[in-house]
Write a protein that binds this ligand. Structure first.
Ligand code: PGA
Length: 220
């Protein structure tokens, strides 16, 4: 199976034009990379304004809601599905920490994403956070291990400790996230045994993100 590299743009950039420029630069740089699947997760507002002509470059959302109807401000998994989106990040630590997202809410979101036939990327920073994910569908859920201490700080998590976490997470597809850059990207796949990466800060710098993709694509 191909390695998966998710770009989490968070609340960036501040214009659709900026998002298009960033997306096009990444698309150009990775168009010959066949060994990786790349998923760009921009803010909701830009999803329909970005189009990929490359089969291994997909779009994902950074969150979703579990129902349609009277939920002001929300975007449901059904809307995402009907807009051609394939992947949805759920339970990012910034949402858990800053926006009060609870385990119960995250569990409902994962179920809704699965019901819509999309692929959930469940972000966890410890093993107890997996317990609310639906049972019996491990192969349909992508886990992203993101130690909070390593997110957005440019201080990557110790590779040996990451390896231990990978071994403890009994799911077939697990990503590492937290201060990933071109210098450490290969270590988390090759040494720690992850199946892919979730990249925040470095995904906003096209040359650096392309380098990460190429380094992973060059692994045998
Ligand atoms: P970072 O963010 O790469 O900037 O550490 C990762 C994330 O928050 O998903």
């Amino acid at each position: 199976m191909k390695s998966l590299i998710i770009a989490n743009w968070k609340a960036n950039p501040s214009t659709l034009g900026g998002a298009r420029d960033l997306f096009d630069l990444v698309a150009k740089g990775i168009k010959n990379e066949k060994k990786t699947e790349i998923v760009i997760c921009p803010p909701f507002l830009y999803l329909l304004g970005l189009k990929s002509k490359i089969s291994n470059l997909k779009l994902g959302a950074q969150d979703c809601f579990w129902a349609d109807g009277a939920f002001t401000g929300e975007i449901s998994s059904e809307m995402l599905k009907n807009s051609g989106i394939k992947y949805v990040i759920v339970g990012h630590s910034e949402r858990r920490g800053n926006l009060g997202e609870t385990e119960e809410m995250i569990g409902k979101k994962i179920k809704a994403v699965l019901r819509s036939g999309l692929k959930p990327i469940l972000c966890i920073s410890n093993l107890t956070q997996i317990k609310n994910s639906p049972k019996g569908v491990k192969e349909k859920i992508i886990i992203a291990f993101e130690p909070v201490s390593a997110i957005g700080v440019g201080k990557p998590y110790n590779v040996e400790r990451a390896k231990k976490m990978r071994e403890a997470i009994d799911y077939p597809f697990v990503l590492y996230g937290g201060s990933v850059g071109s210098r450490n990207a290969q270590d988390y796949i090759k040494k720690a045994g992850f199946q892919g990466l979730l990249v925040g800060t470095a995904s906003l710098i096209p040359s650096e993100f392309i380098k990460i993709v190429k380094r992973i694509g060059n692994l045998d």
